[in-house]
Every structure is written in C-alpha cells, then in structure tokens.
Design a protein around this ligand. Structure first.
Ligand code: S3P
Length: 170
C-alpha cells in the first residue's frame, strides 16, 4: 500500500513525507519532483510555457504511472492533484490518502519566501490562499481517508500521528 500525502501548498507534505518514509522504512516519491525529472523543466517554466492546463495534463500522466508501478511508497502529491477525480482514483487503487491541514496564515508563513509556486505569486498572497483553499476544500475532504492538522506542529509530530492513525485504521 502507498501512502499518498495530499493537501494545500505549504501544509508540509514534502517535509512530513521525508520523516514519515524514514519512520516507516519505505521509499519516498514527490510528484512535483517526478514532473520536473520527466520534463527537464522547473514547475514555474511549465506553467509559463504551457499554462496550468498543460501542467495538469502532465501531472495526470504521473498519477496514471504511479497507479500501475508502485507500492509501499510514501508519495507527496502536488497541492492541486486531488482536484482531478482521475488522479484520486489512481491514488485509491493502491494507496491510502492522508490529508494535511493548515490554516491560511500558517500556509502563508511557510511559503512567503518561496518563488517556486506560480499559483501563489499574486501581490496579496494571503487573500489568494484563503480563496483558493475555499475552492478546494471539498475536493480535499472527499479524497481523504485520514486528515491531520499540522498547525504549530513539527513534521516529526505530524508523521508520528499519521503512523498512529494508520495503525488504528488497520
Ligand atoms: C500546486 C502545488 C504545487 C505544484 C504546483 C501547483 C497547486 O505543489 O504542484 O505549483 O495547484 O496547489 P506543492 O503543493 O508541493 O507546493
């Protein structure tokens, strides 16, 4: 079984994924990294050259591959991946879906100095985060088997809670 980490940008999918894969002694994948490796371009370059729609198509291809090729990985997913029901079906085929939550202010504090996220590059980033989070809430909620709050917690604490929830879930 894979563990797919989903959630808004800045909820800690990458940092938690690293700790979780160590705790569980499994390998780690990151869908954004797989996209960059495959395309040999950065995420901002893909958005600039092909728009968000082009990026989403590439992302779908990655999820299709993951649904066939992999098991027993921790997979940190790009923040927009669960907006596609096709991607969510791919995740459910061979994995459990864990959603990480954070408040808009926490997300803002975590991402404000990072210029690698084209969707958060507007002047008023906090308002952008609030509105995009609201638009996506339902998709995240419906995709998740488990949801974990990350506000004020370290990746170690979040990863430990994921392990505990998965153990309880059986
Ligand atoms: C996106 C999130 C990013 C990356 C791309 C689009 C999104 O990943 O896939 O910039 O739509 O939320 P992270 O969630 O890892 O930042």
């Amino acid at each position: 079984m894979n563990i797919y980490l989903i959630g808004f940008m800045g909820t800690g999918k990458t940092s938690t994924g690293k700790v979780l894969s160590e705790m569980m002694n499994t390998r780690l994948l990151d869908t954004d990294e797989l996209i960059v490796e495959q395309e040999k371009r950065s995420i901002p370059d893909i958005f600039r050259e092909e728009g968000e729609a082009g990026f989403r198509n590439i992302e779908k291809g990655i999820f299709r591959k993951l649904s066939k090729d992999t098991s027993d990985y921790v997979i940190s997913c790009g923040g927009g991946a669960p907006l596609s029901s096709e991607n969510v079906s791919c995740m459910k085929k061979n994995g459990v879906v864990v959603r990480l939550l954070a408040s808009p202010q926490t997300v803002y504090d975590r991402v404000k100095d990072d210029d690698g996220r084209p969707l958060l590059s507007s002047e008023d980033a906090l308002s952008g985060i609030i509105s995009l989070m609201k638009d996506r809430e339902r998709a995240y909620r419906e995709a998740a088997d488990i949801a974990i709050d990350t506000d004020g917690r370290t990746p170690d604490e979040v990863a430990a809670e994921i392990v505990e929830s998965l153990t309880k879930k059986g």
